[in-house]
Design a protein around this ligand. Structure first.
Ligand code: GLA
Length: 374
C-alpha cells in the first residue's frame, strides 16, 4: 500500500491491447490499439538530491539511480527501464530533478499488454511533472520508444508507447505509424465485448526474434523498392503486392505478405468497427491470427492453442494473439451473454492441451497518461 499523503503527484500511463494491425507499426502501417485501465502508476515527490530513489508496491527491491550515471543501469533487473527513460528524456533536452518514486504496475509483465511502455511513459511523465513541465503525450511517447530501442535494445515500433501515452477512455486508436496521425474510434461492439486472456507462457525469446522480424521486413522493403515506388511496406495494397511480390522468395515473401494483408485487414476492421459489423471484425481477428502463425511465425504452441480454444466456442466471433507474440495474450470478441461460459470452456480446453493455465482479465478501455496532484 502507498500512503498517498507522502507524495506530491500520482502519474500513470496505460497498458494497451492491440485489436488488430500486428507487426505492421515498424512497416509504416496503421494499427488499432486501445489503452487499458491496467496501468503503471508512479507516486512521486522531489527529494532535493541528485538521485531517483525507486521502490515498488510488488517487489521488495529498492534501487537508487544516480542522475549523473544513468548509462550504467542497463543490466539491472529492476530499475533499468526507469533509468533508460530518464536518460533519454534528459538527452531530449529536459531537466531532471531528483525524486522518490513508488511504482505500482497492474499490467502483467511479459503479457503482450505493454507493461514496459506503461513503465517508460509513466516514468517520463512523472519526471516531467516533478520538474514542473507541461505534459506533451506525443513527445513522451517518442522518447519512451527511444528508451526501449536504445537502452533496452528492442527495436520496437511506436504503437505501444503512443497508446500508453495518448489513449482515450472508451475509444480505440486508429494510429497511422507513418504520419503519427491518430483517429479515435468509439469501441461500440453491440452485444459483444473483448475478452483478454493470458497464455502464461513466458516469452523470453521475444526480443531477439522481434529484431529478426524487423530485419526481414527491412530486407523485403529494400528488394521491393527496386520495382515499386514505396517508402514502406504499408504503402503496398494486396493488388500492388501481387505485381511486385515475385521479387521475394521463401520466408521474406511470407513476412511481407503478412504485412501487406494485415494492413488491408486494418482498413476493413475500421469499417467493421464504425458500422458495428462484429461478425466481420471477428473474421478479421481470426485471419490475423492465422497470418501471424503461418506467415509471420510469431505465435507458438500456447498462443495457437489459446486462440483455437477461443475460436471453437459458439459465443466467440473471433480471436487472435495480441502484441509482439511468442507468449502473452489473446484478444477475443465474445457475445456478452456467453462470456462466463466462454472463460470456463477456454480455460479448461487450453489447460488440457498445454498444461499451462490461462488467466482472464477484467479491464476497461481507459485514458493514456493521467496526472493527479495529491
Ligand atoms: C511489440 C512492439 C510494437 C509492435 C508489436 C507488434 O509490442 O513494441 O511496436 O511492433 O510488438 O505489433
Amino acid at each position: 500500500m502507498v500512503n498517498e499523503k507522502e507524495y506530491t503527484w500520482k502519474v500513470s500511463a496505460a497498458g494497451r491491447v492491440n485489436i488488430i494491425g500486428e507487426h505492421v507499426d515498424y512497416c509504416g502501417g496503421k494499427v488499432f490499439p486501445a489503452a487499458l485501465s491496467m496501468r503503471n502508476t508512479v507516486y512521486v515527490r522531489p527529494n532535493g538530491t541528485n538521485t531517483i530513489r525507486l521502490r515498488w508496491t510488488t517487489l521488495p527491491d529498492e534501487v537508487t539511480l544516480d542522475l549523473n550515471a544513468l548509462e550504467k543501469y542497463r543490466d539491472i533487473p529492476y530499475g533499468n527501464y526507469q533509468a533508460g527513460s530518464a536518460l533519454l528524456w534528459r538527452n531530449a533536452g529536459h531537466k531532471l530533478v531528483g525524486c522518490d518514486m513508488v511504482q505500482d504496475c497492474t499490467v502483467p509483465f511479459g503479457s503482450g499488454l505493454s507493461s514496459s511502455a506503461a513503465i517508460e511513459v509513466s516514468t517520463i511523465a512523472a519526471l516531467a511533472t516533478a520538474a514542473g513541465e507541461k505534459i506533451d503525450p506525443v513527445e513522451i511517447a517518442l522518447t519512451a520508444q527511444k528508451a526501449e530501442r536504445e537502452y533496452a535494445g528492442v527495436n520496437c515500433g511506436i504503437m505501444d508507447q503512443y497508446a500508453s501515452a495518448c489513449g482515450k477512455k472508451g475509444h480505440a486508436m486508429l494510429l497511422d505509424c507513418k504520419t503519427l496521425s491518430c483517429e479515435y474510434v468509439p469501441v461500440a461492439l453491440g452485444d459483444c465485448v473483448f475478452v483478454i486472456a493470458n497464455c502464461n507462457k513466458p516469452h523470453s525469446l521475444a526480443d531477439s526474434k522481434y529484431n529478426e522480424r524487423r530485419a526481414e521486413t527491412d530486407e523485403a522493403l529494400a528488394t521491393l523498392q527496386q520495382a515499386a515506388d514505396i517508402s514502406c511496406l504499408a504503402d503496398l495494397t494486396p493488388q500492388t503486392f501481387a505485381q511486385c511480390g515475385y521479387l521475394l522468395s521463401g520466408k521474406i515473401y511470407d513476412r511481407a505478405r503478412h504485412v501487406v494483408e494485415e494492413c488491408d485487414r486494418v482498413r476493413k476492421a475500421e469499417q467493421a468497427m464504425k458500422s458495428g459489423d462484429t461478425a466481420l471484425l471477428g473474421q478479421l481477428l481470426n485471419a490475423s491470427h492465422a497470418s501471424l502463425r503461418d506467415l509471420y511465425e510469431v505465435t507458438g504452441k500456447e498462443l495457437d492453442a489459446l486462440a483455437a480454444a477461443a475460436q471453437s466456442h459458439p459465443a466467440c466471433l473471433g480471436s487472435r494473439m495480441t502484441g509482439g507474440g511468442f507468449g502473452g495474450c489473446t484478444i477475443s470478441l465474445v457475445q456478452k451473454e456467453g462470456v462466463k461460459d466462454f472463460i470456463a470452456y477456454v480455460g479448461k480446453k487450453y489447460e488440457a492441451s498445454t498444461y499451462f493455465s490461462a488467466s482472464f482479465y477484467d479491464t476497461d478501455i481507459a485514458d493514456g497518461i493521467v496526472v493527479e496532484k495529491l
